[in-house]
Design a protein. Structure first.
Length: 101
């Protein structure tokens, strides 16, 4: 059985035992439990909408961290304009402990 969940403006396909990295959830510490609502549930039957909203996805916060740094370069020819900046996205790792409904 799998479920589609939404957090941080993105959707993720999860199964029990998966570890996913989502946008940082600042109010949660490592070891905290979360309940996420399912947008869609699949398996023997596919449920979505109001039927899938009855299902909850149980997750546990594993840790927080930062992804690899990416560099952004800007360049305009002829005017000697060059800029380089970097960004490291923060994440929260979640372990899916079960899908109940």
């Amino acid at each position: 059985m799998f479920a589609i969940i939404q957090t941080g403006g993105k959707q993720y396909r999860v199964q029990e035992g998966d570890v996913i990295r989502v946008e940082k959830l600042p109010k949660n510490e490592a070891g905290d439990k979360l309940d996420l609502t399912a947008l869609m549930v699949g398996g023997e039957q596919t449920l979505f909408g109001a039927d899938a909203a009855k299902f909850t996805v149980n997750a546990e916060v594993v840790d927080h961290g930062k992804l690899k740094k990416i560099y952004i370069r800007k360049y305009k020819s002829g005017v000697q304009y060059r800029r380089r900046t970097g960004h490291r996205q923060q994440f929260t790792a979640l372990r899916i402990t079960g899908i109940q409904g």
